[in-house]
Design a protein around this ligand. Sequence first.
Ligand code: URA
Length: 240
Amino acid sequence: MRIDKLLANMNYGSRKEVKKLLKNGLVEVNGEILKDGKSHVEPELDTVTVNGEVVDYVKNVYVMMNKPAGVISATEDNIHMTVVDLLGEEYASHKPFPVGRLDKDTEGLLILTNDGQLSHRLLAPKKHVPKTYYAKIDGKVTEKERMMLEKGVKLDDGYVTKPAELTILKSGVQSEIELAITEGKFHQVKRMFEAVGKKVLYLKRLQMGSLKLDPSLSPGQFRSLTSQEIEQLEKDSPSP
Ligand code: URA
């Protein structure tokens, strides 16, 4: 792993700040000063120090969860069960956190990790990483509403949403749709439907970037991401 990535992952600052630490000769690997951020180290074998302090390398964890309704997307809460509580003791020392939030009543794909850089990139508006949702809507979703939602609608705070993709799976007294958006405003899907006078009855996230919710996971279940899935997510949201 590149030394600058290792130090940024271990919260020694942004890539820029880490570069400065290296340039100032504050980083040593096995007792030798290392100045080039591109140099590779073996995090589990090499002894890395910053300012004389040993960097206690914690491996990154990447988990996919099928978030159940009733659980909140946070690391801790005094009243409610959180998605991190659901992960249990095994992951606690890695200090995972959810990548973005799903509402308490929303189900589906949630990534939990301690990789702050990847999380940031997956959520950054500029990266346009698409998130796909399945929803049940009260009432008939019409072709006209589909076009409005795809083009962009004005939310209750005046914000106009970016272009989206909407597929009507079923249109009737209760409709079923899939919506792909590239942003993550607070309650965005619910507020987009409110903007066309409709109410979301049920919401589930199906996909984030190229990562699809594993259909074998029931609500509340989770599994580690495979290395291919992690690589793919890195490609979905490349570093500048
Ligand atoms: N949009 C919402 O309204 N809620 C969610 O949980 C996610 C997206």
